[in-house]
Design a protein around this ligand. Structure first.
Ligand code: GLU
Length: 382
């Protein structure tokens, strides 16, 4: 056993994500036996004193089968109709599987909008932590029936990572139909070997992960690698392992090395900065000059003088990207001025704000307490 083995074993609060291919046995219909088995394993984790939040895909795949659709529909409203039908079946099966172990479940359906809005985010967090305190197992999915492109997570690997950060989990376990992350796609390359442990956010992993999801679910290895990077930002380690591995959850919890462990090496951000880091969409963009990029790297606030241009329409308090002259997002933050005022004070000294606008809110465009600065601009690491 390597040092890795304790990482998940020490995790008190875990988010476990199961993918569509597993949940529906590659689209054959809901795999009730597998679900009963996971419920048994999660009951064992609870008995070991672990708190578990389950993120389950499979609504669309289930609904497709119930409605007799052999192929994944391309029209959004048809996908949403499938999701609505499938989600009913999904939660019924989870509820009865967990109740066999005396555990209650709770259905929580989220959209990206719910997490981007600070108040709804805090609400979701306190509801989930209350459920955990009550001994309930929350079963989360994306609210597929109402999402549009602008407000969707897109895949449940991303959702799992954001939920891990939302509830301050110590570990994210992504269960899939493969053994873990390989050096190449094992379905195509016989020389591919399993990666036992790596640093979450290592750019080499994304090249190895390649390949998209299946017609049943949206994620592939690449979304899992990116999810691990996001969860690492919140301080959680991620394991990618096979959901068909016997007794996988309790074995991981006891410290056995199974699948791929992606270790978080990052210190935890404050809860509010983490919330900001996890926005998948932002309201606007500020183009910075090189001096401002350096100042942010040194931990300073963003001043109007360093902003070349403000793009987009946004209000005071909006979440905006800070982009370097090379076009990379170097930071993101909550801006003190709405877009039209931001455009007027850009490239000016803070001392001139009052004469330009007739008022001054703050001398900074974005205060450093409201900024998340990415240190490694290739990987988005802080
Ligand atoms: N939310 C989708 C579902 O339940 C799955 C998304 C994914 O496969 O990642 O069907």
């Amino acid at each position: 056993m390597g040092m890795n083995t304790t990482r998940i074993a020490e995790a008190k609060r875990l988010v476990i994500k199961v993918g569509s291919a597993l949940v529906t046995n590659n689209g054959e219909g809901l795999d009730e036996a597998a679900i009963r088995e996971w419920a048994r394993q999660i009951a064992e984790l609870r008995a070991l004193g672990r708190e578990v939040v389950l993120v389950s895909s499979g609504a669309i795949a289930c609904g497709m089968r119930r409605l007799g659709r052999e192929r994944r529909p391309s029209a959004v409203h048809e996908l949403q109709a499938c999701a609505a039908v499938g989600q009913m079946e999904l939660v019924q099966v989870y509820e009865s599987a967990f109740s066999a172990h005396g555990l209650h479940t709770a259905q929580v359906l989220l959209t990206h909008d719910d997490l981007a809005d600070r108040k709804r985010y805090l609400n979701a967090r306190s509801t989930l932590t209350t459920l955990l305190a009550l001994g309930v197992v929350p079963v989360i999915n994306e609210n597929d029936t109402v999402v549009t492109d602008e407000i969707k997570f897109g895949d449940n690997d991303t959702l799992g990572a954001l939920v891990a950060n939302l509830v301050d989990a110590d570990g994210l376990v992504i269960l899939t139909d493969q053994q873990g992350l390989y050096t190449a796609d094992p379905r195509k390359d016989a020389r591919a070997t399993l990666i036992a442990e790596a640093r979450a956010g290592d750019p080499a992993l994304e090249a190895m992960a390649g390949g998209a999801g299946t017609q049943y679910g949206k994620g592939g290895m690449i979304t899992k690698v990116i999810a691990a990077r996001r969860a690492a930002g919140g301080g959680a380690h991620t394991v990618i392992a096979s959901g068909r591995e016997p007794d996988v959850m309790p074995r991981l919890a006891r410290g056995e090395a199974i699948g791929t462990l992606l270790v978080s090496g990052l210190p935890r951000l404050s809860a509010r900065k983490q919330w900001l880091a996890d926005h998948l969409q932002l309201n606007g963009r500020l183009l910075l000059d090189a001096g401002a990029v350096k100042a942010l790297g040194d931990g300073k606030s963003l001043l109007p003088i360093g902003v070349i241009e403000a793009q987009g329409e946004f209000e005071r308090g909006a979440a905006v990207a800070c982009v370097s002259p090379a076009g990379t997002e170097v930071a993101r933050g909550l801006i003190n001025y709405g877009s039209s005022d931001a455009r007027r004070i850009a490239r000016h000294a803070s001392a001139d704000i009052e004469s330009i606008l007739g008022y001054i809110d703050e001398p900074e465009m974005i205060h450093r307490d409201n900024l998340v600065v990415f240190r490694d601009q290739r990987t988005g690491d802080r």
